[in-house]
Design a protein around this ligand. Structure first.
Ligand SMILES: N[C@@H](CCC(=O)N[C@@H](CS)C(=O)NCC(=O)O)C(=O)O
Length: 207
């Protein structure tokens, strides 16, 4: 199978980390969602990442749908989300906070880097920042037992944190939320995270 998308995309990275953790072999298609936009639209009609091209040629789009497929493949014992009940509900709420934070930080990036300067709306950036700060504070209030099995809440939160720190430098200084620092430290030390480490934030560009 082929994972399409670069790892500075936290949504692509959480799929890549999950593939590694679950032991799937995959190739990595590093086309850029911006620089290779026309080509990307032939893979995903929305022109977004990530996509996962399966060995039978089927293309899955959207990280949540891809992760659901992965969980179905490995079965409930190894799945990265609990199958049902309160545990699933809590895990999904955590993932929603982390992915909502990603969306708001991404919104800041698009407003800063894609929208022409004369159209930029500082109040919108402030609003997105307030929302992202709310997401981070909400995540920090959750319980993060150090010996908890590493599932999607941890993976998505750690990928979100790396992305936030690359995209908006002053939003999540180390020490503001020690519990979240511990999540990131535990995850980033693992081979699955090291193999997908995004060194740089690739500035989005519509050119
Ligand atoms: N809900 C989607 C969001 C994917 C997403 O926002 N991808 C970004 C990169 S991280 C993207 O493709 N941006 C370009 C665009 O939306 O035009 C998912 O979870 O896969």
């Amino acid at each position: 199978m082929i994972l399409v998308g670069q790892y500075d995309s936290p949504y692509t990275r959480r799929v890549a980390v999950s593939l590694h953790l679950l032991g799937f072999d995959f190739e990595h298609d590093k086309r850029s969602v911006f620089a290779d936009f026309d080509s990307m639209r032939t893979t995903n009609p929305l022109g977004r990442i990530p996509s996962l091209i399966l060995d039978d040629g089927t293309t899955l789009i959207d990280s949540a749908a891809i992760l659901d497929w992965l969980d179905q493949q490995v079965g409930p014992e190894r799945a990265l989300l609990p199958p049902n009940g309160p545990a699933r509900q809590q895990a999904l709420q955590c993932v929603a906070l982390a992915s909502g934070t990603i969306d708001k930080v991404m919104g800041i990036g698009y407003e800063r880097h894609i929208r022409p300067e004369r159209y930029r709306w500082p109040d919108w950036i402030t609003r997105c920042r307030t929302q992202a700060e709310g997401g981070l504070a909400g995540l920090a209030r959750l319980s993060w037992p150090a010996d908890e099995r590493l599932g999607q809440p941890w993976i998505t939160t750690a990928c979100m944190m790396r992305y936030v720190r690359l995209a908006v430098h002053d939003l999540l200084p180390r020490g503001r939320y020690p519990a979240l620092d511990a999540v990131s430290d535990r995850c980033e030390a693992l081979p699955a995270f090291k193999a997908t480490w995004p060194a740089d934030y690739v500035v989005p560009s519509s050119a």
